[in-house]
Ligand binder design. Structure first.
Ligand SMILES: [Zn+2]
Length: 354
């Protein structure tokens, strides 16, 4: 048995960390896997289809400073399975469970009905995961690992029902107690159940200032509580909203009128540069060698003013241009003889790259 997975290359993933030199998330052997987590996309219905789905998740997760899509796989309503972290990398889907747990997002949100094709594909992934791990993985929803609405009422009921692949019947009637609140992300900050931060405190303080403080017995504080939800719902009703529009979870316009401005980032933050790699060894350089260290070395030489040696490149394949540029750099250090042979040793690497 093997499920068909659309590879990162096929759907057009960016390099890990948006950096061609990155090795990506750490390796995790399949024998470490013990759990299988189901996620959904959040409060809002997913309208995208096809490759746009993993690309949108990737864009969001890169913005969060993650290496790429944080889920191991993403399943869409057509039953397509997109590779995220894949089988053997650490995830970024549930704190404390990213090594022990594989994480799969079914790309639906809010009260959107997961399709039978999506559920069947997710179940097939689960079955294959158990086979590859050599054990029965525990079936979990995201909220089993951390306080969150994810994976929503419907998917969570499906997980609790044992993830039936065929004859899936959505739960009927009301929602389970205590899970009718969603979380949203506005301007890069989360609001609603599970949200935390000084922006949450600020919302609570603004709600009290507007006269909606009745719900607070303590606080407000940085952890979103039911009091925040109740106070926010009262504020939404005061604006004339009703029903699902007064659910106590901020929307962009109500939040803006509450606070005057939207908290959060307005420009893309620059992420810290990855640490330069240690000297990889002399055997990485020389005729016939091709690797990212050669590229890295060439780029460092160009940055130091040795670009005239390169007619093209620099690139991953070792060339005479690399050798001549390295030799020129070594001579410029005052080195001679074997110390200026055009091949980098640890000291050349340290001065150039590290
Ligand atoms: Zn989740």
């Amino acid at each position: 048995m093997s499920v068909k997975i659309i590879s990162r290359a096929t759907w057009g993933a960016k390099p890990w960390d948006n950096d061609p030199r990155s090795d990506g998330p750490a390796y995790v052997p399949l024998s470490s896997r013990r759990e299988f987590f189901v996620h959904y996309d959040g409060a809002h219905h997913v309208g995208r289809t096809g490759y746009a789905i993993p690309r949108a998740i990737e864009a969001q997760h890169l913005t969060q400073g993650w290496s790429g899509v944080g889920y191991h796989f993403v399943v869409d309503q057509a039953g397509n399975i997109y590779e995220g972290r894949g089988w053997t990398r650490t995830g970024a889907h549930c704190p404390g469970h990213n090594v022990s747990g594989l994480g799969v997002q079914i790309a639906v949100g809010g009260d959107q009905e997961p399709s039978e094709a999506a559920l069947a594909a997710c179940r097939a992934l689960y079955d294959e995961a158990c086979q590859r791990a050599g054990r029965t993985l525990a079936k979990r929803g995201h909220r089993d690992g951390i306080a969150t609405q994810c994976p929503g009422t419907k998917l969570y009921a499906w997980v609790q029902a044992g993830m039936p692949a065929n004859g899936y019947k959505p739960p009927t009637g009301g929602t389970a107690p205590g899970v009718a609140r969603y979380q949203v992300t506005i301007n890069g900050l989360s609001y609603g159940y599970g949200a935390e931060g000084s922006h949450v405190t600020r919302v609570g303080e603004a709600l009290i200032a507007k006269g909606h403080g009745d719900a607070y017995e303590v606080g407000p504080g940085p952890k979103w509580t039911d009091a925040d939800t109740e106070a926010y719902a009262a504020y939404q009703r005061s604006l004339g909203f009703s029903g699902a529009d007064a659910d106590g979870v901020p929307g962009e316009s109500s939040l803006r009128s509450l606070l005057g401005t939207l908290p959060g980032k307005t420009t893309t933050t620059t992420r810290p540069k990855p640490k330069p790699p240690a000297f990889p060894g002399r055997d990485k350089f020389g005729p016939g060698k091709r690797n990212t260290y050669v590229t890295r070395l060439g780029e460092a030489l160009v940055a130091k003013g040795y670009s005239s040696f390169y007619k093209v490149g620099p690139g991953p394949k070792w060339s005479n241009a690399d050798r001549n540029a390295v030799r020129a750099f070594q001579r410029a250090q005052g080195w001679t003889g074997a110390d200026a042979d055009g091949y980098p040793g640890p000291e050349t690497w340290r001065r150039l790259v590290a």
